[in-house]
Design a protein around this ligand. Structure first.
Ligand SMILES: Cc1ncc(COP(=O)(O)O)c(C=O)c1O
Length: 329
């Protein structure tokens, strides 16, 4: 079904899966915690990697089919999606324009530095709605003779979500080849493309265990209807006769902390623990929050001894440099 969609190669797949024995042991303590594994989508190979590489393989292909020469997208100042989109554009021989919230910070580090290195044109939106500014930028580029292709926040539309349908099929095949069974898959969820793609991939491949999104910014009551709509639209797009309801999505919104991109002590602890136990870098906004949630759930006994829990690392590590002052010991 997925083979019907055009796709451009932008990364290295399958991404590796490996055990986290030291982290598992530390969290297990005297209790009976699970065995932790990680799937390394931070290692997709495109400008510091991340989950957006998978979505962009389908989005860039669609842009090329439509004859576009410039990718436009929107995001937060430290958007990983914006950085990956700009890198994908560079690799595909396209231009990129990024509409970022707020004003240019004095210290252009982390993802903003990488945006610049890969040649993005950045438009700062101030407090205006990002989509409205992106529409104006598209008009401006068109008047310059460019042919823009607009990618929504997080690349989360039915074309982008197809990337995580493919990702789930990839995981199921890796697990089968290594004779592994994952009782739960845990990851950061925000704009919905990752989780709805995984949910559709799970139905297509017969994976029936937990697919648990730790929400980074939205209450579950807002996110779940969005996931249902996106998963249904993605199924339709790829021609899969599958439909979704709210019961198909598990979202935990207990770890929203101080809000989007506000790093608190749980994220800081998770980042330093993963780095010191495993040499594994996670980020302050997405994977740090999801890992902090997973750590808390393990400490509360949510997972049992003998269970295998897969943390799907969705990337974001360039942002650690923008949080250096808060992260350092
Ligand atoms: C590092 C990282 N992890 C997870 C996510 C969440 O993915 P999604 O927006 O598909 O829910 C994002 C989205 O920007 C991200 O940058």
């Amino acid at each position: 079904m997925l083979t019907a969609l055009p796709r451009t190669s932008l990364g290295f797949f399958p991404t590796p899966i490996h055990a986290l024995p030291n982290l598992s042991a530390r969290l297990r303590g005297q209790g009976h915690g699970p065995t932790l594994w990680v799937k390394r989508d931070d290692q997709t190979g495109l400008a510091a990697g991340g989950n957006k590489t998978r979505k962009l393989e389908f989005l860039v292909a669609d842009a090329l089919v439509q004859g576009a020469d410039t990718l436009i997208t929107v995001g937060a100042p430290q958007s990983n999606h914006a950085r990956q989109t700009a890198a994908a554009a560079a690799k595909a021989g396209l231009k990129s324009a990024l509409v970022l919230r707020g004003v240019a910070p004095a210290d252009r580090t982390g993802n903003i530095l990488l945006d610049d290195l890969v040649g993005a044109e950045i438009f700062w939106a101030g407090t205006r709605p990002l989509e409205a500014v992106a529409a104006e930028v598209a008009e401006e580029l068109s008047s310059r003779g460019q042919r823009p292709y607009l990618i929504p926040l997080g690349g989360s539309n039915p074309i982008g979500a197809a990337g995580y349908v493919a990702a789930m099929l990839e995981l199921v095949e890796q697990a089968r080849d290594s004779n592994l069974h994952f009782d739960a898959i845990v990851f950061a969820t925000s704009s919905g493309g990752t989780q709805s793609g995984l949910a559709l991939g799970a139905k297509l491949s017969g994976y029936t265990d937990r697919v648990l999104g730790i929400s980074v910014d939205h209450p579950a009551e807002h996110l779940v209807p969005l996931l249902v709509g996106l998963a249904n639209a993605t199924a339709q797009r790829i021609g899969a006769p599958i439909s979704f309801g709210a019961q198909d999505f598990e979202v935990n919104d207990h770890y929203l902390g101080g809000g989007y991109a506000v790093m608190g002590e749980p994220e800081r602890e998770a980042i330093r623990l993963c780095a010191q136990a495993e040499g594994l870098l996670i980020d302050p906004v997405y994977t740090g929050r999801a890992m902090a949630g997973l750590i808390d759930l393990i400490r509360k006994g949510e997972f049992k001894a003998g269970q295998n829990v897969l943390f799907w690392h969705t990337g974001g590590t360039p942002a650690i440099y923008a949080y250096a002052r808060q992260l350092i010991a």
